[in-house]
Design a protein around this ligand. Structure first.
Ligand SMILES: [Zn+2]
Length: 431
């Protein structure tokens, strides 16, 4: 039987839906668990710009750049065609970069807040929730065992914070850290509430800027790294703490990007231009509805070997919640990083790596796709991306241009089998 492109897309989307609906697999840690920034400064700048332009958490932005002498040209993409909000956000952002108006940092923060509050309030909600869990798990206690811990080493920006906050005077490192995490949690929750509560002072600039600053500082706190490398930390805690830090770093990035943007403006002497990635490239898909061919149960049961034994030992009713949330139709679009790679094509000098930035990191399928593209199509010209939590995004569209996309599907099938097994038959050492 020959599969049509829609059949191929449907069977991949079916697998992705299942992986997304199950508890996350914790056997392999994505790069974003250990690192919130790349060791490559240019990737960080591209991730910054993608983040700075994004208006919503779920519609990711991708960015690539070309350097010509001291001028730079950015190409931007989103999932699908850019909306008028996306275009307006990019226009305001680049205009602000090119115009000197008073204090650079405050001006850029004002501009980003003017269009990015939906994304900021949503991230603030995630930060408040994950800090709440982090504090409840009492993981912070591990600094208390170290008598030599110093405030300025354990708490980034401590001098500045201690000047501003009288509550920090005379506190131990543990008390100071607990106080600051609690403060970030409360203030981030207030920013999150401001999105839906008309009585709340709408998007109060000093409140929001303060949350961004504190998130930027606390994401760098060494306590996170210490918990992650401690051999007593069990895999689910590593997963949770790494994600917690990544989420805080995502919010703090609005503050963290300012210094890199200032350097960009200085080095290029404002020779900065941008364009949106055109759609007329073979393989690009915009907002295509795809009907699922199989039911959720059929997808669950389509596993081989050891996965099948695990699935058969569980009654079908265990999957009720998954079946209820499984969608019959999913709209897919080419994700921004893939769009930019297709557009760049082979126009690059061999032996050079090419960089693509993404707001919130690329999704799991994009990461698989890029790895296979690098190893089969473009060995001389590897694409690099920044750290990501590699979340599963069911809106991923295949390009149907490369035979390796068959391996993307195989890889999704394996990932589903591992996630199922991890969920239904967890390793006792892991919990
Ligand atoms: Zn993606």
């Amino acid at each position: 039987m020959t599969l049509t492109n829609d059949d191929k897309q449907a069977r991949l989307t079916e697998e992705l839906q299942l992986i997304q609906l199950m508890p996350p697999y914790i056997g392999i840690f994505p790069s974003g668990i250990d690192n919130t920034e790349s060791s490559n400064k240019k990737i960080n700048l591209l991730d910054d710009i993608a983040m700075a332009i994004a208006t919503a958490v779920h519609n990711r932005v991708g960015v690539v750049m070309e350097e010509r002498n001291d001028a730079v040209h950015f190409t931007l993409a989103v999932n699908g065609s850019p909306s008028s909000d996306d275009r307006e956000a990019a226009e305001r952002f680049f205009k602000a970069l090119l115009q000197q108006e008073g204090d650079f940092a405050l001006h850029m923060l004002d501009i980003m807040r003017s269009y990015a509050m939906p994304r900021i309030t949503s991230l603030a909600g995630q930060v408040a929730e994950s800090i709440g869990q982090f504090l409840r798990a009492d993981l912070i206690r591990c600094v208390a065992n170290d008598d030599s811990a110093r405030h300025d080493e354990e708490i980034p920006g401590f001098k500045f914070l201690a000047d501003k906050l009288p509550e920090l005077r005379g506190t131990s490192v543990l008390e100071a850290l607990s106080f600051l995490f609690k403060r970030l949690q409360e203030r981030a929750a207030a920013v999150h509430r401001s999105a839906s509560d008309p009585a709340f002072p709408a998007h109060d600039a000093s409140l929001v800027n303060g949350v961004l600053f504190l998130a930027y500082q606390l994401a760098k706190a060494p306590i996170f790294g210490r918990i992650l490398v401690d051999r007593n930390t069990r895999p689910p805690s590593v997963h949770f703490v790494g994600r917690c830090r990544y989420t805080i770093a995502m919010l703090g990035r609005y503050w963290g990007c300012l210094e890199r943007l200032r350097t960009l403006v200085k080095l290029t002497r404002r020779n900065i231009t941008y364009e949106w990635c055109p759609d007329d490239v073979e393989g690009i898909v915009n907002d295509q509805p795809i009907a699922m061919r199989r039911s959720a149960l059929q997808v669950i049961k389509a596993v081989s070997d050891w996965g099948r034994r695990t699935v058969m030992s569980v009654s079908d009713s265990a999957f009720n919640r998954l079946c209820l949330q499984y969608k019959d139709t999913v709209t897919v679009s080419t994700h921004p990083a893939i769009r930019l790679i297709l557009k760049a094509g082979t126009n690059a000098e061999s032996g050079q790596s090419r960089l693509v930035g993404c707001s919130g990191g690329v999704c799991w399928t994009c990461s698989e796709w890029i790895a296979l593209y690098n190893s089969t199509v473009h060995q001389d010209n590897q694409w690099r991306i920044g750290p990501s939590l590699l979340e599963v995004d069911t809106t991923f569209a295949l390009t149907h241009r490369y035979p390796f996309e068959e391996d993307v599907y195989e890889s999704a099938k394996d990932f589903k089998a591992m996630t199922l097994h991890n969920w239904l038959d967890p390793n006792p050492r892991d919990y």
